[in-house]
Write a protein that binds this ligand. Sequence first.
Ligand code: HAM
Length: 450
Amino acid sequence: MALRAPEGTRDFLPDEQRFWTHFKRTAASIFGRYGYQPIETPLFEQTDLFVRGIGEATDVVSKEMFTAISGENLKTLLDGGSIKAKSRLSLRPEGTAGVVRAVVQHDLVPQGAAPAKLMYAGPMFRAERPQKGRQRQFNQVGIECLGAEEPTVDAEGIIMLMRFYEAIGIPRANMRLLLNSMGCAQCRPAYRDGVKAYMDEHADGLCDECRRRSETNPLRAFDCKNPDCAAVMDGAPKIADYLCDDCRSHYDAVKRYVELAGLSFEEDPRLVRGLDYYTRTVFEVQVVEGMGSQNAIGGGGRYDKLAEEVGGRPTPGFGFALGYERCLLALQAAGMEFPGRPPCDVFVACVDDAVRETGFRIVQAARDVGLTAELDHQHRSLKSQFKLADKLNAVLVLVLGPDELEAGVVTVRNMQTHHERTVELKALRSLMERFLGASSDAGATGKLFD
Ligand code: HAM
């Protein structure tokens, strides 16, 4: 049986790969206007970074990490030995922990410096049960801003994410922006205790896992997919009633700035997000229709303690990540198709093998000038070469036969107008350069030869 890509992974075929490039470029262009600079961190990190950063009790860390074992460590394990903590490696389930580790490692925010604004794009890995919109390898585009706790950072992050979604074509009317505050080290413990007490009171209505969660990390119970737990948690205390004054005024300011940009949002007191590092602002963007249960196309929030968790000095942070595959589903539900292959500028059709060498030189000259150029590599008939040229969406076909070669010319056919003209071989290069000069507009370039 032919092998297939592993479950929960996908190939990006050329049409999609082109779209993914466009998607990343659009994000880089918009986020760049807000001062974000690109960064790339390794696809795997020490497991400990994720345990400390994301939280041991989260699903992402406790159930969904792909842990990598090198050949030598596998042997040690099989021989009954144990491997050192720093050799325990995991594929990154998200980008924030790695970026914060890099900021700390390279001291990107020296004391008193302006915040580091960083953006990234690439694959993340989570061993989840695959379904529509849920992959084991998926792509995120994300940003992290480290070194400022002002609510303007949170607000501009949320605004630029919404601007991005609209720019890429997700209709505003099909998105919900949900906002909440998770409080801070001062006010969250009392809230946590309140939720725990409530859960203990309603333990009968909770699943086994949530009963365990009430001991380890009660707030995670808000994420439980079990409908009975969801019903119980609906009645749980609300964070809004516990926020300290600083957290409340921070949250109010974030909302005000978001409103200033003309964005509407819904407050969701149960939005806790699946990662433990959040403090204060959390938000999520969901698609309203056409996505089923995996409808969150992005989310993020503030994490003012994460840099310390990974060994750095206190450095407040804010960021988000959007899921490319889910955005794609939302775009396809709105009727988007991948843009087709860009036209090939020149196709050189050889009438027989005697002219191949000259044909090969012309194709090469065209590419050296900067045009996209192709020729047939399978000895096809002239008719099938024209079919191939059509398939490649060629703008011009240069027909070269023994008679043309003898006369030192080539026949140039404009594939849009079907107009043909004879061009001297020695004039071809300068014509190709003019073609390139008129570039990008295939119609205009074609006319050069009419
Ligand atoms: P997250 O909510 O876990 O946040 O993931 C962000 C987005 O990635 C989700 O909204 C979703 O679109 C996409 N996503 C997550 N898991 C999958 C999956 N299995 N298959 C397909 N798409 C998926 C984070 O990862 C945080 N690091 C965001 C952040 C950055 N917070 C602060 N800075």
